[in-house]
Design a protein around this ligand. Structure first.
Ligand code: GRG
Length: 295
């Protein structure tokens, strides 16, 4: 199956599940649920859930075993976007082609919807199916908590906010993105493997290396897309001065240097998948999609 079909299939599945899981047992204020639903179900590429499903299947698990972890990581991602768009942070009015949550609702509701989405994610993992071993549920919760909070995304965001306008070194930039964006992407593959019950440390290390490589590649490509705003292909030479004022990979490495970095990360991702052989083809295709995506 082509990657685009696979992505569409996993997106449909996670969206259906999110709808189902979000039905509240009791609801005294529907506006909160409406805002959560709005944040969760207004588009998005659903890359993180696809990574959960693909790595779970790769490790011998089933899509059912991956369902709650896939929904949980998307809930965390959506909460981060709602909070990132707030006036106190990026103050954005559009997200995924629609008004941001605080514009569509109001600021207080958007803060609460983000808070509730975060709790929702952990609730999903803690009730990960009647058949799940409690130790496995705990592992899933730990992976997601560490990737989301002060060991991961929130720390990356705090560093970003603390260094607005600063000139960052390459290693600072890399550390910021590894936390802010990379940790959730690596967590997606580790959640999938863990949901499948994978205990093989070599395979888990390989998946971690794959996740780390595509996580950074995701950001390098994001930076390239930001300055070009057009479809990119690997190795295509093109330049822009705009990047020079922002702490981005093209600003620090030049556009060609950023493309070289992107290629290196792509190669590292493919290298990491070697122990899995041809079974890792979907993850290899997803890595290719990440480094060539145009939005
Ligand atoms: C506010 C706690 C907190 C964290 C914010 C994720 C994040 C940290 C900010 C988002 C800002 C941003 C544009 C980061 C760059 C990388 C990124 C996460 C892009 C959006 O992810 P996609 O492309 O989005 O997967 P879709 O809409 O497809 O889900």
């Amino acid at each position: 199956m082509e990657l685009q079909q696979q992505l569409a299939q996993w997106a449909t599945r996670v969206e259906r599940n999110l709808e189902l899981y979000l039905i509240p047992e009791s609801c005294i204020e529907p506006r909160l649920i409406d805002a959560m639903r709005y944040a969760l179900l207004s588009g998005g590429k659903r890359i993180r859930p696809a990574l959960v499903y693909m790595s779970c299947l790769l490790c011998g698990g089933t899509a059912e075993q991956a369902d709650r972890a896939a929904a949980a990581i998307e809930a965390i991602h959506c909460y981060s976007l709602v909070h990132d768009d707030l006036p106190a942070m990026d103050d954005d009015e559009l997200r995924r082609g629609h008004p941001t949550c605080h514009i569509a609702f109001d600021e207080a509701t958007a803060i609460l919807a983000g808070d509730a989405l975060q709790c929702f994610a952990f609730e999903l993992l803690s009730t990960a199916g009647g058949d799940i071993d409690p130790n496995r549920a705990l592992q899933l919760i730990r992976i997601l908590a560490r990737a989301s909070g002060s060991h991961g995304m929130v720390m990356g965001q705090a560093f970003d906010l603390a260094h607005v306008g600063d000139r960052l070194t390459l290693s600072q930039l890399q550390a910021m993105h590894a936390h802010k964006t990379g940790r959730l992407i690596t967590a997606s593959v580790m959640l999938g493997a863990t949901a499948a019950g994978c205990q093989d440390s070599e395979l888990l290390d390989a998946l971690q290396r794959y996740g780390d490589a595509i996580g950074l590649a995701f950001q390098v490509q994001d930076d390239l897309l930001d300055i070009e705003g057009t479809t990119l292909t690997l190795g295509k030479p093109q330049g822009s001065d705009e990047a020079q004022n922002k702490p981005t990979y093209p600003a620090l490495l030049g556009v060609d240097g950023a493309r070289t970095k992107l290629n290196q990360l792509y190669e590292a991702a493919l290298e990491a998948l070697k122990p899995f052989g041809v079974a890792a083809a979907p993850l290899a295709s997803l890595a290719h999609f990440i480094v060539t995506r145009d939005h």
